[in-house]
Design a protein around this ligand. Structure first.
Ligand code: ADP
Length: 353
């Protein structure tokens, strides 16, 4: 059996997560055959791919009958798939993902920070941009401190440009208006100022090469989303809501807002699910709207305490009751981003609502 025969046998296998062929996902990286082994290098589209062993098992069964007693050895690497839509404004970021909500206080910033730290936990290169200019809480949640400075950068062609340097939070680049204004200072943003600030935070900032940039949006309003949509076109938006009925109505408003500014919705996260607010409302709503449900984050004091202490990232570093839920949410989001890159599914229209 030649390497080409092996590739042909694996090409049309279907991946268990997205239901796409291995060929479409580009899963089979390398194929090497020796006298005693068939070595397959699987290349995952995101390091947050859940249950990679299932791919190994499927490859094992697909090749077993023609292996002639040779060992089938599957190894895994990853390379994040992305459309790099920010390329037109000079960004080298594979996927720019917004996190939004219909109203404040639902845990949007906590979810955005958790998503960023979670993707980093899996090994991806991640940045976190706080675009919630009316209530920037990313500095508090990450514990990152400092004042971003503007640096001269020399391009390979000798041209000198100036770039804003994000703040380092545990090896992750973070930027927020909170680093630039005094504590408790209220800022009134007029449309053009907001547009200018976001342009600077994206186009004139040294983000470097990233797999994912997570953007924490202000709750509700569409002006920031519209600017983002015009500037770079996003991989998609995650909508965060709490399980009660009224909160779900707000989530629908957020979805309809993204719809209007042409940002695809990746799905809905239910935050603070548990005894107080109930559970399952967002899942049911997601099903009704035919949107992916991205997971439940329980209401748990661990989250509030770590957030207040600037230690949201530590939720991925030790055993705590919310970690498995957060990991699952991060994996679901990563998979929906991948699906969007490969399948240009149309947005469900909300006009029927
Ligand atoms: P938003 O960005 O939607 O305004 P935040 O992320 O700032 O909301 O969260 C609001 C408050 O709720 C914070 O004090 C945060 O620590 C707390 N919080 C968020 N999610 C949870 C949760 N799942 N369990 C407990 N507290 C939470």
């Amino acid at each position: 059996m030649t390497d080409a025969d092996i590739r042909a046998k694996l090409r049309s296998l279907i991946d268990p997560e997205l239901g796409l062929t291995y060929d479409r996902l580009g899963l089979i990286g390398s194929v090497q055959t020796t006298s005693d082994a068939i070595k397959i290098g699987v290349q995952l589209p995101t390091p947050a791919y859940p249950g990679r062993e299932r791919i190994g098992e499927a490859i094992g069964s697909a090749l077993s009958s023609s292996a002639d007693g040779r060992k089938i050895d599957v190894t895994y690497t990853w390379q994040v798939l992305g459309r790099e839509t920010g390329g037109k404004i000079g960004l080298r970021i594979k996927n720019v993902v917004a996190v939004g909500s219909g109203k404040g206080g639902v845990g949007k910033s906590t979810t955005a920070a958790s998503l960023a730290y979670g993707l980093k936990h899996f090994g991806a290169k991640v940045g976190l941009l706080d675009a919630d200019v009316y209530g920037p809480s990313i500095p508090l949640l990450t514990g990152a401190k400092g004042t971003p400075v503007v640096r001269d950068i020399e391009l390979p062609n000798g041209q000198k440009i100036q770039r804003l340097e994000p703040i380092d939070a545990d090896g992750m680049k973070v930027l927020s208006i909170g680093f630039l204004i005094r504590d408790n200072q209220a800022v009134i943003w007029r449309g053009p100022m907001l547009h200018k600030l976001l342009t600077q935070f994206l186009q004139e900032t040294d983000w470097g090469e990233l797999d994912y940039l997570i953007i924490d949006l202000p709750p509700g309003t569409g002006d920031v989303s519209l600017t983002l949509s015009q500037l770079l076109g996003l991989a998609g938006a995650v909508v965060v809501c709490t399980p009660q009925k009224v909160a779900l109505l707000d989530a629908i408003k957020a979805i309809s807002m993204f719809d209007q500014v042409k940002i695809p919705v990746l799905g809905i996260v239910e935050n603070m699910s548990g005894e107080i607010f109930g559970r399952g409302g967002a899942r049911a709503k997601a099903e009704e709207l035919r949107l992916p449900f991205l997971g439940e984050i329980p209401i748990d004091a661990t989250i509030r305490v770590r957030g207040d202490d600037g230690l949201i990232g530590s939720l991925f570093e030790d055993d705590n009751p919310v970690k498995p839920h957060l990991l699952r949410m991060v994996q679901n989001v990563a998979m929906q981003i991948t699906r969007r890159v490969l399948v240009d599914a149309p947005m469900p229209s909300l006009e029927i609502l």
